[in-house]
Design a protein around this ligand. Structure first.
Ligand code: AMP
Length: 216
């Protein structure tokens, strides 16, 4: 099974595309954002350490997220099913730590997928984004509304807005992306594994484009 890193700004569709890929092919979905939010919700020490950065749209320390990812990559199912890393790496330091974790686990990267979306659409998408508080299914009040307002189609759970999806924090997160994460595009291009995929289409069209580019 193949191993992928998903790159792209917040709102580019990394999480949605990862979920679709996982449903179809069974990869292990490793979303550092999801893991951090779960740790915060459970009130763990790790969650407490991450809270201030996550709520303000800043980045959590490289060491903290790298430790989470290294633990996940060591799981047996990762070698068997392949993985999609969603939202990691986000800094040059994390990219170096990822190389080490891959080498430690005798894993290689098949592609770094960059979802390209212009900033205006990112802003509209992020502020209209909702997710189910129970099953975490993603919706968008503009582009992918639930059948019944505020209610998850899949499990009937309540739809909520992520606290960091408010306009001010979204702008900060986009700045952080430009400064700290966008330089990784060059890095993966030089490694010869970068694949650019348009991310501004509708969900199913985006997924079809992704599969075409990955030749799967
Ligand atoms: P996401 O769900 O990917 O948008 O991530 C939500 C928040 O979690 C980010 O704004 C950061 O505060 C934190 N976070 C997620 N992944 C990372 C990472 N690789 N490095 C540092 N912070 C992260």
């Amino acid at each position: 099974m193949a191993n992928y890193v998903f790159l792209g700004a917040p709102g580019a569709g990394k999480g949605t595309m990862a979920q679709l890929l996982v449903e179809k092919y069974g990869h292990v979905h490793i979303s550092t954002g999801d893991i951090l939010r779960a740790e915060m919700k459970s009130g763990s020490e790790l969650g407490r350490q991450a809270k201030a950065a996550v709520e303000s749209g800043a980045l959590v320390s490289d060491e903290l997220v790298a430790a989470i990812v290294a633990r996940k990559l060591a799981e047996k199912v990762v070698r068997k099913n392949g993985f999609v890393l969603d939202g990691y790496p986000r800094t040059a330091g994390q990219a170096g730590l990822l190389d080490k974790a891959l080498a430690d686990n005798k894993l290689t990267l098949d592609a770094a997928v960059l979802f390209e979306v212009d900033e205006e659409l990112l802003l509209r998408r992020l502020t209209a984004r909702r997710l189910c508080q129970d099953c975490k299914a993603g919706y968008n009040v503009l582009y992918l509304p639930p059948k019944q307002k505020g209610i998850c189609d899949q499990c009937g759970g309540k739809l909520i807005q992520r606290p960091d999806d408010n306009i001010e924090t979204v702008k900060d997160r986009l700045n952080v992306y430009q400064k700290q994460t966008a330089p990784l595009i060059d890095l993966y291009e030089k490694k010869g594994v970068l694949i650019r995929v348009p991310g501004s289409l509708e969900r199913d069209e985006n997924f079809a484009a992704l599969c075409r580019h990955l030749k799967i």
